[in-house]
Write a protein that binds this ligand. Sequence first.
Ligand code: MG
Length: 259
Amino acid sequence: MRNHSARFFSSMATFLAASLIVTVSGCRADSADEALEPWQLAQKSEVWEPLPAIVKAPPDAPPSDARVLFDGKDLSQWESAGGGGAEWTLEGGVLTVAPGKGNIRTKRTFCDVQLHLEWRTPTEFGDLKGQRRNNSGVFLQERYEVQILDSYENPTYVNGQAASVYKQHIPLVNAMRPPGEWQTYDIIFKAPRFEGGELTEPAIVTVLHNGVLVQNHVEILGKTEWIGEPEYEAHGCAPIALQDHNDYVSFRNIWVREL
Ligand code: MG
């Protein structure tokens, strides 16, 4: 009888202590807590909410919360930057620049995004060199270009090679695969902020080329310019655009997650 009482009071004491800790710290106990001293329990730093949403991330498909911009079937998410429908070539699930038809852009506008796209340059390029060898580009918010170019054994100015933030940031390394092979870009973009027409926070971009970090949280200096200094002009959310630079660069598997 004495043993039962002792066990009962001991259990009650443990329960009350645990309740007190939960109340004081806002934490929940878990099974690993049994090994902890009271002072350790009191200093636990776990938080249990908000619960991250569940995203399915299958190996060969976009994440479940991604917006698919191109999956090989149609160009319904795209339009010509000059007005009208996107007129690039869609064949065998692959989208290819139709030289002279102009840039294409998403019908939808975007602010902060994680963007995935795959691109490929042709194996035939004659004696074309430097910027002339299969140039395109992805324009974030239609203004800020991450360069697309055949930079495999093809020297050019380094702030204009593949994976550069064009004329602003040299890629950390050249992760280019040979022409004819698919390349991937994974881009994390934080849009610039403006207040009353003035820039309050510049855009920030991180780029992985074929899984390799090539732009590490760099500050975009303004709208991409071929000649002259980049500057900012206030704008809101804007489309993602792909460049027609008169070369047969191809694309597939384009998706975006709005952040
Ligand atoms: Mg370009």
